[in-house]
Structure formats: structure tokens, C-alpha cells
Design a protein around this ligand. Structure first.
Ligand code: SF4
Length: 277
């Protein structure tokens, strides 16, 4: 993206009013294609995950139907949907130095996503996570339909944002306090080995209460930007905390800023971009 920078003199003002400071004028020479690129990447990841789900479905179906029909290999990428296994395996790896035998890809993907947050902050959420993509398009649909999204008052927004950190702390505490032997014992149990199959069954045979929760979360995501991500996702909480260590920050060019506030209005995370230093 090319940008020219020059200096403009403010228009004349009445002699009694102090002249505003000179502002740097920034003109974009080429169109900004970042959002189109992001949409393409998001769409590719949704397609990739859909492909993994279908492949995994046929893998499980082969065994559940007494080996009738074609055999399909298990896609390792499905482990990306097992963040708790990823956390347990990471803890096991840190304790023993050995890569766990059950769901090793869960650990590898978990570590890749965490490393990406260290470098690129919440790029995982805004570019890769299919749940984040769905969430984003739900609030965009809501904005189109209702003309706006609801912004919760600060006294409610701040404590609600704490929920995801509490959930994260709960998992980190439970898993962090397990010994390597206990982790190993858990992962080699049928429940640990079949965690991916259980997840598939959860969605295929979803019960009334779980369906109600998902529908309520989806409905809230239509009216409130990124409801699930902002308030409830423990994975997002981990990514958020790690991203604090990133050397990259969103910065406002104070000299160029004309304080129109459009950046804050456009920000999907409701960041006060117009007040950042
Ligand atoms: S907050 Fe959670 S669900 Fe939302 S985009 Fe990030 S990881 Fe995905």
C-alpha cells in the first residue's frame, strides 16, 4: 500500500479563535485490499474445516457401519477442534519433553495458533477461526437488518468480558495441576482417545438444551458484535493474553488524525481507536 504524506495548512479562522495545529494529510494511492484478502482467507479456512468435517464423518462412519463402504483416512486437522486436548498435550510435553501419542496435532495446532498471537496478535481470531468468521457475519447480518448493533454499557460489558478469562483460568488451573502421569492416563482412556468422535456425535446428535444454548448464542451474536468471542470463548482469552506480549500494536497517527471517530465506529472489537496513542 503506497501512502503519500504532505502537510496542509488549515483554513483561515476568525482572529479570536486560535488556529488549529497543522495536520499531516495522508492519501492512499492504491485501494486498500486488506479486507478482501481477509475475506478470502476466512472463506478458505471455512472450506478447509468443512472438508475436514466431511472427511472425518466418513472416517467414523466406516467403523460405525462395520467397515462397509470406502475407508477414508482420519484427517489430523480435526484435532484443531480439540483445544482442551491441545492444552493437555502441551502441558504433558512441557513436563516430559515427549510429544503425546494421542491427538498430537491438537498440541501442534494449539502451539502454532499461540505463536501466531505472539507475532500477529489476534490474527487467528480475525483471519482463521471459523467460529469467529461465523460470528462476524452474524453481527454484520444483524447490522444490515436492524441498522445497527447493540453496544452494551460499560458496567455490563466489562464484567461480562471477564467470563472468558474465568473459563480459561478454570481449564488452565485444572490441567496445570495435573501430573504428567495423570494427563497420560486421561488421554489413553477411551474418552481421551475418542474425544474427536464424541465431538462429532455432539453435533450430529445434538440434544435440546445444547441446541437452545447454540441458538441463543447465535441470536445474541446477531445483535451484539462477536458476542461469543467477546464474552465467552476461553480460546480467545488465551489468544488475547498472549497477544499482549506481541511487539505489534494498533497505533493512531496523532498528527494525521482528524478525530472523526470513524475508526472506532468501524472497529469490530469496539476498540477506542480514536483515543489510542
Ligand atoms: S474468540 Fe474464540 S471463537 Fe472467537 S474467533 Fe477467537 S478463537 Fe474463535
Amino acid at each position: 500500500m503506497s501512502i503519500t504524506v504532505d502537510t496542509v495548512t488549515p483554513s483561515s479562522s476568525p482572529s479570536t479563535v486560535p488556529a488549529p495545529a497543522k495536520k499531516k494529510q495522508v492519501r492512499r494511492l492504491t485501494p486498500d485490499t486488506s479486507q478482501r484478502t481477509r475475506l478470502i482467507v476466512q472463506s478458505l479456512f471455512v472450506l478447509l474445516n468443512a472438508f475436514l468435517c466431511v472427511q472425518f464423518y466418513f472416517f467414523v462412519h466406516y467403523f460405525e457401519s462395520n467397515a462397509t463402504g470406502p475407508h477414508v483416512a482420519r484427517p489430523a486437522g480435526v484435532d484443531g477442534w480439540l483445544p482442551i486436548a491441545g492444552l493437555m498435550n502441551t502441558r504433558y510435553f512441557l513436563s516430559t519433553g515427549h510429544v503425546p501419542a494421542i491427538h498430537p496435532a491438537a498440541m501442534v495446532l494449539f502451539l502454532i495458533f499461540i505463536a501466531s498471537s505472539l507475532l500477529l496478535k489476534r490474527a487467528f481470531c480475525s483471519w482463521l477461526c471459523p467460529v469467529g468468521t461465523l460470528s462476524e457475519y452474524l453481527w454484520k447480518a444483524g447490522r444490515k437488518f436492524f441498522g445497527r448493533n447493540l453496544v452494551l454499557p460499560r458496567w455490563l460489558d466489562v464484567p461480562l468480558r471477564g467470563i472468558k478469562y474465568l473459563l480459561m483460568a478454570f481449564f488452565v488451573f485444572i490441567i496445570g495441576s495435573m501430573s504428567a502421569t495423570a494427563l497420560q492416563d486421561f488421554m489413553v482412556q477411551p474418552y481421551g482417545i475418542l474425544a474427536d468422535v464424541k465431538m462429532l456425535h455432539f453435533f450430529l446428535r445434538i440434544g435440546g438444551p445444547a441446541l437452545i444454548v447454540i441458538v441463543v448464542l447465535a441470536a445474541l451474536s446477531v445483535v451484539i458484535k462477536n458476542f461469543w468471542c467477546r464474552y465467552a470463548c476461553p480460546y480467545g482469552a488465551v489468544v488475547s493474553l498472549v497477544s499482549l506480549l506481541s511487539p505489534f500494536k494498533i497505533r493512531r497517527d496523532e498528527e494525521a488524525c482528524i478525530e472523526c471517530g470513524k475508526c472506532a465506529k468501524a472497529c469490530p472489537q469496539n476498540l477506542p481507536v480514536d483515543h489510542l496513542l
